[in-house]
Write a protein that binds this ligand. Structure first.
Ligand code: SF4
Ligand code: SF4
Length: 383
């Protein structure tokens, strides 16, 4: 049965989140032309916009949960229809009604884990710093140069813990005075916000902000572009401002300041994947490429879609927590692009991208043909 959310409520929520722009849409369809979903299935942001304008949104449909918030259609839209903000506003209505289609149901468990343990992975809060055992990583104290905030996936996920370890090793070698918050660190809340759960986002953000202030944090180093985005662009909504730097930018600085010396050859063909929240959402394209170019022996080649045109891995907007059937995964297409240009290593710097590419590598059966690496793992091998 189709549930039509009341017209007034949809419009109110959309207005509240800056999405009044829906009615500016003149149905040109450019959004659909650039949306990566249309490489794999039929999906129409234009239709969602049209339906919302007339209060006809079917909140039980999976369609409004598809957008990965990749940022491609807002970049193209001639009428500045804020598709991401407005799409999230629709999800907020569904969340308030408690209506989740089957593919979206895991989000309920994830919200519970975020509230209870501060991470989406149903892991224990007390084990958050276990990745750092034996690595001479200190607890952050006021006056240290930088707080390292690895985020949830690098703290718990077996594949991504290797990235946190590589980062800590690099920072130690460069003589950076850094610390971590361990069990006091919470999920940044970026992705749960994009699923429409504003209450859980606010809870996580407020707790993190209090912890940062109580511990005298001024500068935060992050591994995830999602943490970067929310700390830099969304936490200021709470009247706070911290200096935020992504690891790819920090590596660039450390190398240029002569604190990090790259001494070993890395004789492989590499391609850089721009994560949506590093590139399109925050304009960081050059630093990771400059870092890679400084490695002796490394050959850097671009994929057909790069920088502003980068192809989304499919993990943003909370999609990392939803099941995407084989044949509908953008990460498969991206991996094929990397293999297509002869890359031996697909390098990026985002936990969602790495998770999706590693999955694609298994299901596409490209075997040993290509490695998936975080930029820190390549630097670790080059020092
Ligand atoms: S690109 Fe903008 S104006 Fe064109 S259909 Fe999409 S939302 Fe509407
Ligand atoms: S933001 Fe990206 S995934 Fe979402 S509708 Fe636009 S192009 Fe598609």
């Amino acid at each position: 049965m189709e549930t039509v959310a009341p017209y007034k409520e949809i419009i109110d929520v959309i207005k509240e989140s800056g999405g009044e722009a829906f009615k500016l849409c003149f149905q040109c369809g450019l959004c659909d032309a650039v949306c990566p979903w249309n490489r794999v299935i039929n999906f129409s942001m234009r239709k969602l916009v049209r339906e919302a304008t007339f209060g006809l949104t079917d909140i039980e449909s999976e369609e409004m949960w598809r957008c990965t918030t990749c940022g491609k259609c807002p970049q193209q839209c001639p009428r500045d229809v804020k598709q991401i903000e407005s799409g999230v506003a629709l999800r907020r209505i569904a969340t308030e009604y408690g209506v989740f289609p089957t593919a979206v149901k895991p989000i309920r468990t994830i919200s519970g884990s975020l509230v209870g343990e501060g991470n989406p992975l149903s892991e224990e809060r007390a084990k958050r710093a276990n990745w750092a055992e034996g690595l001479s990583v200190k607890t952050f104290t006021e006056g240290m140069e930088v707080l390292y905030f690895p985020g949830c996936y690098l703290s718990y996920d077996p594949r991504l813990k290797k990235v946190a370890v590589a980062t800590a090793n690099i920072l130690n070698l460069a003589g950076v005075d850094f610390g971590i918050l361990g069990a006091k660190e919470n999920c940044c809340g970026e992705s749960i916000r994009k699923t429409g759960d504003e209450d859980v986002f606010k809870l996580l953000a407020r707790e993190n902000i209090k912890t940062f202030i109580d511990n005298g944090v001024k500068k935060i180093l992050v591994s995830s572009p999602h943490c970067y985005h929310t700390f830099k662009n969304e936490y200021p909504e709470f009247m706070v401002k911290f200096e935020v730097i992504h690891i790819s930018q920090y590596l660039f600085e450390l190398i240029n300041e002569g604190r990090l010396e790259l001494t070993k050859e890395y004789g492989k063909k590499v391609t850089w994947h721009d994560p949506c929240y590093l590139g399109r959402h925050n304009g960081i394209y050059d630093e990771p490429r400059e870092v890679l170019k400084k490695i002796s022996g490394l050959e850097l080649n671009e994929m057909p879609e790069s920088r502003e045109d980068s192809l989304c891995c499919g993990g943003g907007g909370g999609r990392i927590w939803m099941e995407t059937p084989k044949g509908e995964r953008f990460s498969d297409l991206r991996l094929e692009q990397a293999v297509g240009i002869g890359a031996e290593v697909l390098v990026t710097s985002c936990p969602y991208c790495i998770t999706n590419f590693e999955d694609s590598k298994l299901t596409l059966d490209v075997g040993e043909g290509i490695e998936i690496k975080d930029i820190t793992e390549i630097i670790q091998e080059s020092i």
